[in-house]
Design a protein around this ligand. Structure first.
Ligand code: ZN
Length: 325
């Protein structure tokens, strides 16, 4: 089977306009624990970080206007999303889709009614300049990125991994000084589009050095969608061991290139991860990672987590009614 054909046929990015919901009978949310003896029910709240406005749109060749982006974010928040990556403070020459980050944030702040719903607006920052812009525009939290392989790091951000760790740690210190919650995403945690496998000892070293700056969260990202659930179990266990008793939460970011995204999310949930990145309609990709397709779809992820007994507090019916546009 031709690999390229397979990827396109089964895992092409879906965009909200084209997304249609399969007509299936509605099932009551029932957990394994209700039905099976001896199967441990997972519980506890989970949270979703909606990344469609950023990860989703940054690689979309059809650039959305500022108003359309604001409409997308507003609808997601009104549908119940409580953390959302709204913008990316990157060099507009490299990612023109994100050039209007300041305008998007200004419009979001002006919409007091939506703002009052209490959603956290997250800005992606790749350097000090980005952090300054994030602080000026009043994001609620920031997210820095470290690519675990040198080649991907150079292509994505123009520095090697060690350079990106130094930058991320500087951002963490500066964000803490401004009381701005900060997360760090470790990209290519499961494999690199240029270098192939990501050795465990290298990933361990990156996690250790990122953890030293004490971000609120560390996300392991499968930026190109190569992971299988066994990788997820192994690598989140590794991260947990390295973080030990430091106050750092773990977060998972999966792409659905080979349709393993939801299985990987289930493995991450079983490994104790309670925060997941996802994208309404599964849109997205990465402009610097060849053939990477969309994030895992928020609505399918929530259906799965809720049925596993992990409550997000999001009304799935309201959300799906709102994404079907
Ligand atoms: Zn991504």
């Amino acid at each position: 089977m031709g690999a390229a054909g397979c990827v396109i046929a089964h895992a092409g990015p879906r965009i909200p306009g084209r997304w249609c919901r399969p007509r299936v009978p509605k099932l009551a949310i029932q957990t394994w624990g209700d039905r099976l003896e001896g199967v441990e029910r997972m519980n506890g709240p989970v949270s979703i970080v909606e990344v469609s406005p950023r990860d989703g749109l940054q690689s979309d060749p059809a650039m959305l206007g500022t108003d359309e982006k604001v409409a997308l974010i507003t609808r997601a928040v009104r549908a119940g999303v409580r953390r959302i990556e709204t913008v990316s403070f990157v060099n507009p020459k490299r990612v023109p889709q994100m050039a209007d980050a300041d305008e998007v944030m200004a419009a979001l702040h002006a919409d007091i009614e939506t703002r009052s719903l209490g959603a956290s607006y997250i800005g992606l920052v790749l350097n000090r300049r980005g952090l300054d812009r994030a602080l000026e525009t009043g994001v609620d939290e920031a997210n820095a990125v470290v690519m675990a392989s040198d080649t991907f790091a150079q292509r994505n951000q123009g520095q090697d991994t060690a350079g990106l760790i130094a930058t991320a740690n500087e951002i963490c210190v500066e964000a803490a000084a401004h009381d701005l919650p900060i997360s760090v995403t470790i990209g290519a945690s499961f494999g690199c589009p240029f270098e192939g496998e990501m050795p465990l000892d290298r990933l361990a070293d990156v996690i250790e050095r990122v953890a030293e700056a004490l971000p609120a969260e560390i996300a392991l990202a499968d930026s190109i969608g190569v992971a299988a659930p066994t990788d997820v179990t192994e690598r989140f266990a590794l991260a947990r061991e390295i973080i030990a008793d430091r106050p750092i939460a773990l977060r998972a970011h999966f792409h659905n290139t080979r349709n393993t995204g939801l299985a990987n999310a289930a493995a991450a949930a079983a490994a104790g991860v309670r925060t997941f990145d996802s994208s309404l309609g599964g849109i997205g990709g990465c402009p610097f990672a060849p053939a990477a397709t969309g994030n895992i779809p928020t609505e399918d992820l929530l259906y799965m987590l809720h049925r596993m007994g992990l409550d997000s507090g999001i009304d799935l019916d309201a959300l799906t009614a709102n994404v079907d546009w």
